[in-house]
Design a protein around this ligand. Structure first.
Ligand SMILES: [Zn+2]
Ligand SMILES: [Zn+2]
Length: 285
């Protein structure tokens, strides 16, 4: 294994600001420092655009839309303070991770205007406005709502393109998350309508100069390869798209997990570890 600089374009979810993560943000940041990370993007999930999009675990904890917006504002304050306090040990870029459900545009635009993030991660976790990565049952419901598994993949990549075109996020999060509960996903890549969309999106990412999040969390959840899967990873490498590790940590004990395996997969596919750091305010041009 060759030496590489530890970085994360997508990380730092914490129990302080997210009910499906654990631990205090300050302790998560300290863990990045202890592990020797050079720079990390803190990318907490955006608050819901409306009451229907409140995450189940946050609804269960008694949060409403206003409460989640207030918590998100506290996240920005603390993340900025941590970035400043630790600036001699680690570079922290303070941003957030988007959604791409109906009505996301107005919400993301308003968050960007209010908080002026250093960068954002553009992610899609919904198709047909159903949170498909919440578990196998949710995945099945999303698939049913789309009519077929093929339609579900197509809808995912269409949403992703809309997000990319609208906000040009510095980082595109877990490019092929849509495969999460589909054991037959390699066969989907052969479906022309799906393949065309994936390649189309990669070409757009290349033309805009965005960074692909090489997301190690897939391995934590039992997948055999990180997001992005091997055919798209190979294509992205050939097209010289910037590809950078993201640990997508959701607590102290998964900071930096599976980074070696993820980097090994990148190197095997012909990639390199001369990481591109997201340009500040890349999305605000
Ligand atoms: Zn999360
Ligand atoms: Zn995500």
């Amino acid at each position: 294994m060759q030496d590489y600089a530890k970085v994360s374009v997508h990380g730092g979810h914490s129990g302080t600001y997210c009910n499906h993560a654990r631990d205090h943000l300050a302790d998560v940041v300290q863990r990045y420092i202890d592990l020797g990370f050079e720079w990390v993007c803190l990318t907490e999930h955006m608050p819901p655009a409306n009451a229907a999009m409140i995450m189940p675990e946050e609804a269960a904890a008694g949060y409403d839309t206003a409460g989640l917006h207030q918590r998100f504002a506290r996240y920005f304050d603390e993340a900025r303070a941590l970035a400043s306090a630790h600036k001699n040990s680690i570079e922290l870029l303070v941003g957030f991770e988007t959604e791409a459900y109906t009505g996301f545009e107005q919400e993301v635009e308003s968050l960007i205007a209010t908080f002026e993030p250093d960068m954002i991660v553009g992610s899609v976790h919904h198709v047909a406005d159903i949170l498909f990565d919440a578990g196998p049952a949710a995945y099945q419901a999303a698939r049913d709502a789309c009519g077929s598994i093929e339609n579900m993949y197509c809808e995912y990549f269409d949403r992703q393109l809309a997000l990319i075109n609208r906000f040009e996020p510095a980082v595109v999060g877990h490019f092929d998350l849509i495969r999460i509960y589909d054991p037959d996903y390699p066969s989907r890549w052969q479906v022309p309508a799906i393949k065309e969309r994936a390649l189309r999106n990669l070409d757009r990412i290349k033309s805009l100069g965005l960074i692909l999040d090489l997301n190690a969390r897939a391995l934590a959840k039992g997948a055999a390869e990180p997001y992005i899967a091997s055919p798209w990873l190979s294509y992205a490498i050939k097209q010289e798209i910037a590809i950078v590790t993201g640990d997508d940590s959701h607590g102290i004990d998964n900071v930096g997990n599976h980074l070696d395996e993820t980097v090994a997969a990148l190197l095997r596919a012909g990639g390199h570890t001369r990481w591109t750091k997201p340009a500040y305010f890349r999305h605000c041009r």
